[in-house]
Design a protein around this ligand. Structure first.
Ligand code: FAD
Ligand code: 2HG
Ligand code: ZN
Length: 439
């Protein structure tokens, strides 16, 4: 993101869990801070040092340990890249339960450490459910082996859950055991152009009702996000006719057992939508080939990349009620306008996109450069809006270095006190990813 910088001089790239253990033991004895680094794709500065910590890269811990094609349980080193694991399980007709735009660079350990959500959460749930076990090196060098492959294990506190989403502040994840679902026999997608954001909620209800068990994604991009994706070559643009009058777009994906059955359901849905007295959508473009399927996805997945090509982005990854997605984006735009910061005055675009099915809005503010006056206009303004909805200031990207000061907007004083006590138990010398999550 070009927003966070440290001044570390040392990157260590261990090849084994034992080496990770020796590094942490050595650093712990000398109270030297350590920043675990996966694919470095995180969006809140979590993998970047704040000072001169040692960077511990997991890139060389990158082997699959085992895969059971019957249960679908995969055990892999934390440094395995997500796309590599997807390719590994594909010939066995399985898929990873998580998918995200950064799949070509992010690592499974980084995904677990951030509890990444992504594009398949609607169907396969969060990593808190699909991760069955972890191997973690604790700050004092002890190796916590909880790398089980059990579906059921109610033997007291489930300690591995604490590391899922801890962003490297409690220990270094070195191995992950994860349940991979069977690959759907048929996948399809369609992009729907909507005349108004007000139609998104009724559309979601209709789509859920019509597609039921085959619905696997329901993703939203507003017009600004779509235009930026197209401008920066993400996916293939729809025709002028298809986008005319569209205020926003929804990408619907189906994953089912039989192509004809799923296509029939999708076609019925489109017919219902387009022939209604007051149609919820202007038009719908259904993928006709695997290439088009990927291209439609690229329009949605490519927004982050398009935004970073356009300028410097302030990213707010928030959970708010679905009904207020547009209001939050529009009000932020108005707010920046009232401060004289919009358009030729530093901020170029305010856009919204995200995971409708998960109630997760990505509010991005794109500027020519990072400026203190923009940040002052955005914070605490946005956090107060989120808090007024009893929402979350970080739906899926984590707290990292970016949001430590804002944690009280989403967590009570008692929760933060307990988090600090947990941190103290695992990491009394405070060497693990200092300055992240907790101030
Ligand atoms: P890094 O960025 O290297 O690290 C992230 C955090 O985890 C840091 O705090 C780091 O210290 C810690 N960490 C990394 N590895 C370990 C380890 N082995 N043990 C302990 N701690 C560790 N996120 C979503 O939730 N959903 C999305 O849809 C999504 N899409 C994205 C799309 C793009 C194009 C990009 C660039 C990012 C996206 N993200 C998304 C952000 C997401 O958090 C990361 O992509 C991913 O989960 C981080 O993995 P990583 O290996 O790059 O971790
Ligand atoms: C997505 O859903 C990611 O595309 C990234 O979570 C969101 O860049 C962002 O703000
Ligand atoms: Zn997201």
């Amino acid at each position: 993101m070009g927003r966070f910088h440290g001044r570390s001089t040392t990157v260590l790239k261990p090849k084994t869990t034992q080496e990770v253990s020796e590094i942490l033991k050595w650093c712990n004895e000398r109270c030297i801070g350590v920043v675990p680094q996966g694919g470095n794709t995180g969006l809140v500065g979590g993998s970047v040092p704040v000072d001169n910590e040692v960077i511990l890269s997991l890139a060389n811990l990158n082997k699959v340990r085992s895969f059971d094609p019957v249960s679908g349980i995969l055990v892999a080193d934390a440094g395995c890249i997500l796309q590599m694991l997807t390719d590994y399980v594909a010939p066995h007709n399985h898929i990873m339960p998580i998918d995200l735009g950064a799949k070509g660079s992010c690592q499974i350990g980084g995904n677990v450490a951030t509890n990444a959500g992504g594009l398949r959460l609607l169907r396969y749930g969060s990593l808190h459910g699909t991760v069955l076990g972890l191997e973690v090196v604790l700050p004092d060098g002890k190796i916590l082996d909880q790398l089980t492959t059990l579906r059921k294990d109610n033997t007291g506190y489930d300690i591995k859950q604490l590391f899922i989403g801890a962003e490297g502040t409690l220990g270094v994840i070195t191995g992950v055991s994860i349940l991979t679902p069977p690959a759907p026999q048929a996948s399809n997608n369609v992009i729907l152009a909507l005349p108004s954001f007000d139609n998104v909620l009724p559309l979601y209800q209709t789509v859920k009702r019509q597609l039921s068990e085959i619905l696997s994604a329901f993703e939203f991009i507003d017009r600004t996000a779509y235009d930026l994706a197209v401008k920066h070559g993400q996916g293939r643009a729809l025709s002028d006719e298809d986008v005319e009058g569209a205020e926003c777009f929804v990408l619907v994906e189906t994953s089912g057992g039989r192509r004809e059955h799923d296509e029939e359901k999708l076609n019925d849905l489109l017919e219902l939508l387009l022939t209604a007295d007051k149609p919820l959508v202007n038009t719908g473009v259904m993928a006709q080939s695997p290439a088009q399927f990927s291209s439609l996805w690229a329009l949605r997945e490519g927004v982050t990349e398009a935004v970073s090509k356009e300028g410097k982005a302030y990213k707010y990854d928030i959970s708010v009620p679905l009904s207020s997605f547009k209001e939050v984006v529009d009000n932020t735009r108005e707010h920046l306008l009232s401060k004289g910061l919009l358009h030729d005055k530093a901020v170029k675009f305010v856009l919204g996109y995200g995971h409708v099915g998960d109630g997760n809005l990505h509010l991005n503010i794109v500027a020519d450069s990072y400026l203190p006056e923009i940040e002052e206009a955005l914070e605490p303004y946005i956090y107060e809006v989120v808090s007024s909805h009893r929402g979350s200031i970080s739906a899926e990207h984590g707290i990292g270095a970016m949001k430590t000061h804002a944690l009280p907007y989403s967590k009570s004083a008692i929760s933060i006190e307990l988090m600090k006590k947990i941190k103290e138990v695992f990491d009394p010398h405070g060497i693990m990813n200092p300055g992240k999550v907790l101030e």
